[in-house]
Structures are given as structure tokens and as C-alpha cells.
Design a binder for this molecule. Sequence first.
Ligand code: FMN
Length: 379
Amino acid sequence: MAAYFGDNRFKFGLFGINCAGGMTPSRAPERWRADWDEMVAVARLADDIGVEFLLPIAKWHGLGGEADMWGRSFETFTQAGALGALTKHTGLFVTAHVSLITAAFAAKAIATVDHATHGRAGLNIVCGWNPDEFSPHGIALTGERRYDRGLEWYEIYARLLEGGPKFDWKGEFFDLKGLTTDPLPVQRPRPPVMSAAQSGDGQLFAAKAADILFTSLQSLNVARDTVQRFKGVAAQWGKNPDVYVETQFVCKPTRKEALDYAHYYAVEMADPDALDYFARQKARTMSASTKSGDTSADRQLAATLAGAKPRPYPGMFAGMYPIIGTPDDVVEELQRIASVGVAGSTLVFLNYLQELPYFAQEVFPRLEKAGLRGRYDSR
Ligand SMILES: Cc1cc2nc3c(=O)[nH]c(=O)nc-3n(C[C@H](O)[C@H](O)[C@H](O)COP(=O)(O)O)c2cc1C
């Protein structure tokens, strides 16, 4: 992932293929099942067409409801090792939940993936939001101070990857002896770190630790401000991260087909019990994480979760920006998003293997013509 994914003006990360349901809380029978062979097929297609990275989700608990989205999921470090051997170009993010994985383990595991893939590893650091995901590990997750702990974890991880002599660490959250790691990763000073923290506390953490920030795009009108706000916070720490957004695509030959399909799976077939559970669990950690005070991101999220703003597609997550239409519509929308300084976005479909081939065939060449992406030739 040298230079963090090359020089396409607008980059893509295929998001959520390791989990059943992917990123779509829908009961539609053709939803993503996270079958291993299908996952490999879609990862290989993404690799062939030059998708910059695969971004799995680390999950330890499903959302319940009829579909029990995320109830089935592959672990991200081991998945990246396997998919790294089956792909040639695409970056491979792994996720470390800082309460579940020690910094020393993460440093060694990411070096393993980075060597095995000749420098294609990246790390998503997450501090958790659903207490039910931590109880199988015997850990109680409370919202308070989760990002302070995350930052100390990151500092240990980053120091380990600097190399150098063995060191001890005594901080507020960790008391560790004899820290060292060998080999160091191929990418120097370290593989890219991403964070998708949205809360005020989380954004401060991300500003200090992340090279890539993911944020939700509530509307294009506020996108420019969001990017500037994120970059402004990061600049206080001497960083200039790329900002990505979460996008979900429904792309069909006609606008009517696309709208009908989106209505079918994200309205008629939305999974209300899963969505209620998701909102409840988020609220538990969010209300407890107040150190940085209220931020506009907090307010937006709280309002959305409280249902203050009815959303046209409840079967897509609140932070997910739906792009629905013909290939030309999709490219126009991506041009608008790129024009406000967004560096890239997630590729999410109800069923990745059914929908990515059409998207690759119709949208990618148009993106090239629009100057958002270069021609990709993997041979
Ligand atoms: C692109 C993206 C990737 C994420 N990956 C994970 C993940 O792998 N595991 C997880 O528990 N949470 C994941 N999250 C949730 C975030 O880490 C974060 O908890 C969430 O956006 C809410 O922000 P907050 O923690 O600041 O409240 C992800 C979110 C996004 C948008």
C-alpha cells in the first residue's frame, strides 16, 4: 500500500465482505452470506479491477433480528493472511479491537501480513461500541475513556514498530515489560492506520493516531465542512490524513430499476429488530463517552439514532451514503463527492458478487473518463 494506495483521485475500499450481511441490515434472501469461496471470488475481482483495499469488520456478536447480520464473521488478521496469498495488488486492512488484542500481538501480526503480502497491510484501530461483543472475552466495555485507552495502545504499537531496543511501558492503562518486535513491517514507518471514530472523543483519538479517517456523509452540503473539520482537528497534531466516506451503491441499467431494487431491499426488507438493537447498543457507549463534550458529529449521530431524521432507506446504516441510479448517475455523484475534498469511499452492495461485476464493467471505465481513476492493468 505504498503511498497509501497509489494516485487515483478517488479510491475505493471494499467494505464488509468477511461478515454475513456485509454492511446492509436487510432481510432480503439474496443478501451477502459471507461464504468463503464467494468472498475469495469478490476479493479477486476487486484485485483485478484495482480496488485499493479490502476493509473487513471485526465482529464478535450479531445484530439479531431475522437475518442476524454479522452473526457469522471471519476474523480479520487470519482472513487477510489468506486473501493476501490469493491477491496481488489490493491492500488488506485488519482490525484490532484494543481491548481484545495487545499492541505487541498486533505489531507482530501486522508485520506477518505485511511481509506475506509484500507491503499491503493496513490497520483499523477500533475501541468498540457494543458491550455484547466483549462479554464472550470476559471484558466489560464501558464508553468512558475507551479512546484514551485506545490512544495509549496506539502509542505502544507505534513505538514497537519503530524498532530499537527492548523497552518497558508504564502508562495509565498498560503496565508492560520487555516490549520488542521482530520482524518490523515492510512498510515504513508503519502500515497505514485508519479510524472511523465518529464521537468527539473518537475524533480526537483518530486525529492523533490515524492516517486515514472515515466519516459519514450526511449530505453533500455538509461534506466540505466535515472534511475541513476532520483535517483541522488532525492538523493540530501535525497530521494531514485523507478523509474517506461510507457509500453504498445500487447501480442498474435504468434509474427505475435501481430505485426499485433499493426500495425492495432497504425499505420493504429492512431488518427492524437488528436496527433497533444497533441503535440501542450505540447509544450505550455514546452516552458514556462525553469527555470531549458534544460535537456536531455526536449530535448528528444522536439525532439519527433517535429517529429525529427519518431516513429514506432504513435498511442501510445511518452513516452510509446511498448512491442509487444508472452508471452515469453514480459517476456524477462520485464527482460531486470528490469535489469537496473526499479522497475515497467504501464499496458496499447488498450482494457483492452479484453486483460488483456490473459496477466494474460499467462504472469503472466511466470513472476513468471522468478523471477520477486511472486505467488499471494488473498484467
Ligand atoms: C469504515 C468503518 C469501519 C469500521 N470497522 C469496525 C470494526 O471492524 N469493528 C468494530 O467494532 N467497529 C468498527 N467500526 C465502528 C467504528 O470503529 C466506531 O466505533 C463507530 O464509527 C462509532 O464511532 P465512536 O466509537 O466514536 O462512537 C467501523 C466503522 C466504519 C465507518
